[in-house]
Design a protein. Structure first.
Length: 368
């Protein structure tokens, strides 16, 4: 990097930070935090536990966002001031240090941009992720298990907690179905772009003739909705089945029909839960999963109406990404148009660059 490149980078980052400031409005956040502090000093405020809890949640999110904004804003300001001083004093060592730190500063501002993009109503929520292989037997089921590991590793990289709600192993390899709850800040905001069909092209390890196979797996992501959001589900619209759990859990799990499957007849949505020995707990979790899926479906319909998407594309979904492992290695996302060659790292959970690329691309399309 040279002086011209660094100066241009600072100009670009300053513009981006100004756009972030216009959206974040730190002055309004500070004013709201003062209001909350005054509310907390009132004895009546704590009489309504539910309302107080909602305000406390708002406070935590506001403080976190303001702290991240201030850190990024100050880092950029410090870099500009230090660069100007170093140039005046001819301090080549400091200038080289700033050049070396430039990628980190750029990533910090980009992360703040993403923070702004993840300001939707449910972006801060936990996410329920369901993986279901398409036709193709063992090959597709193996592909589904690879995606399950990819998302689990992504969660681990961020220190998010992962709770397996349902796990149906394949007969030879892979999985027939899996659902997991990932808990953490902005999990749904990041993973909502994973809704759709994921296509894999590779030399099948299950084909003795070593031929190329194409497999498809559906990924569905829905926000874990709050209990105060009412989703009406009538008894006549559901079919409830019990079965023996087939995942890990020991002999007790497999001896009792503790697992629950709920089919929502009008939409065809099926949810399953077997993560607890208690049938009652599994039933409660399955109903929560169904509510989240129905809520996400309604959000999809609203987005489709705005975007002019055919109703037939809602449900199984449409292809969002291709993972090609033979004859060359490349992952290409159909929304951002970006291609990635670090396929092994991505399948090991290094998803942030790809997810952020899609989020930025979709936000630009909305602005057009």
């Amino acid at each position: 990097m040279d002086h011209y490149e660094y100066t241009e980078l600072l100009k670009t980052l300053t513009t981006k930070m100004q756009n972030v400031t216009d959206v974040v409005r730190p002055d309004l956040i500070e004013a709201r935090l003062k209001e909350i502090a005054e509310l907390e000093n009132s004895p009546e405020f704590w009489n309504d536990a539910a309302a107080a809890g909602a305000v406390q949640k708002e406070k935590t999110q506001a403080e976190r966002r303001l702290a991240k904004y201030a850190k990024t804003f100050n880092a950029l300001g410090d870099a500009k001031d230090l660069y100007d001083m170093a140039k005046e004093e001819g301090d080549d060592e400091t200038i080289e240090s700033l050049f070396a730190d430039a990628p980190g500063l750029e990533n910090q501002v980009k992360s703040m941009e993403i923070e702004v993009l993840l300001s939707g109503e449910h972006d801060s929520h936990n996410a329920i992720l369901t993986i279901h292989p398409g036709a193709g037997g063992t090959e597709s089921q193996d592909w589904a298990s690879i995606l399950l590991r990819m998302y689990t590793r992504w969660a681990e990289r961020h220190d998010f907690s992962v709770e397996m709600l349902d796990y149906q192993p394949g007969e030879e390899a892979g999985i027939k179905d899996a659902s997991l709850l990932i808990k953490g800040v902005n999990v749904y905001g990041y993973l909502k772009v994973e809704n759709g069909i994921h296509r894999l092209v590779r030399i099948s390890p299950f084909d003795s003739a070593a031929k190329r196979h194409t497999s498809f797996t559906s990924v569905t992501v829905s926000p874990e909705i709050d209990d105060d959001i009412e989703i009406e589900i009538e008894d006549k619209d559901i079919r409830l089945d019990t079965y023996r759990a087939s995942g890990a859990g020991g002999q007790h799990v497999n001896k009792t029909e503790s697992a629950i499957r709920i089919t929502h007849i009008p939409t065809g949505i099926v949810v399953q839960c077997q993560n607890d020995r208690s049938q009652h707990k599994n039933k409660a979790t399955a109903f929560k999963m169904l509510k989240s899926r129905l809520y996400e479906l309604e959000l999809e319909k609203q987005r489709a109406a705005i975007d002019g998407v055919e109703k037939s594309e809602i449900g199984w979904g449409h292809q969002i990404r291709s993972y090609v492992m033979a004859p060359y290695q490349q992952i290409k996302d159909s929304r951002s148009g970006e291609a990635y060659s670090n396929i092994n790292a991505i399948l090991d959970g290094d998803l942030d660059e790809m997810l952020e690329g899609v989020l930025i691309s979709l936000s630009r399309k909305e602005e057009e």
